[in-house]
Design a protein around this ligand. Structure first.
Ligand SMILES: Nc1nc2c(c(=O)[nH]1)N[C@H]1C(S)=C(S)[C@@H](COP(=O)(O)O)O[C@H]1N2
Ligand SMILES: [Mo]
Length: 205
């Protein structure tokens, strides 16, 4: 049962408001910690491209200029890292996955599963349902400025309603799959979906 915000102890006022917004086990931070499995890859925009695949087949490739000509969306979202920090009201700009798919000629997701790939050989699986309906974007800007390399610039996936490991930094493409394939952390024991409000941290949560 997904009951948000009703912990063992219920308090009034601000705590109740916070409880509805802050998943159990998380602590708020004003910082923006950097968490990367390896060194930051420095990808020049001149060499950057983004590839959309269906199965093994590339169906669309955008270079940096083409990508930035796609419809732009701004979102403000709370983010939740599995290492227990959360940050409220982060502001992003980029291209929604809906708009990416539409620009490639798809009406909706072509398959039920997807795998995001990145320039550092990181990957993460996301259900197509979690990618659509404005829930996910390829973000190029954070807080009104081009996304810094340490936070995934030139572009990162942003799926803020799932744990932040799903938001692949230095994203190089999305691969839509008929059958689920797990990504980097999911192959190493983390949950296949990672909903912070359901505390889906490890594979058997
Ligand atoms: N390509 C790539 N994306 C990644 C990671 C990574 O190591 N490589 N780390 C993930 C993890 S575990 C987290 S919590 C967030 C951290 O993003 P941040 O460094 O911008 O806070 O990026 C996620 N995306
Ligand atoms: Mo993380």
């Amino acid at each position: 049962m997904a009951t948000r915000g009703f912990g063992a102890t219920r308090r009034g006022g601000l705590s109740a408001t916070l409880g509805a917004r802050l998943p159990r086990g998380q602590s708020l931070t004003d910082d923006f910690p950097v968490l990367s499995a390896g060194p930051t890859p420095h990808v020049e925009v001149a060499n950057w491209k983004f590839t959309l695949k269906v199965g093994p087949r590339p169906v669309k490739v955008w270079n940096w200029a083409e990508f930035n000509a796609l419809p732009q969306t701004r979102v403000v979202a709370d983010i939740h890292c599995v290492t227990t920090w959360s940050k409220f009201d982060t502001g992003w700009q980029g291209v929604t996955v809906d708009d990416l798919l539409a620009a490639a000629g798809f009406a909706g997701a072509p398959t039920p599963f997807s795998l995001a790939h990145a320039y550092d050989d990181y990957s993460t699986n996301v259900d197509s349902a979690d990618m659509l309906g404005g829930k996910a974007m390829v973000a190029t800007h954070y807080d009104g400025a081009p996304l810094q390399a340490e936070h995934g610039g030139p572009a990162r996936l942003l799926v803020p309603h799932l744990y932040f490991w799903k938001s692949a930094k230095w994203v190089s493409g999305l691969q839509f799959l008929q059958r689920e394939e797990l990504g980097f952390w999911e192959l190493r024991g983390y949950h296949r979906r990672g909903d912070p409000f359901l505390q889906q941290r490890y594979s058997d949560d």
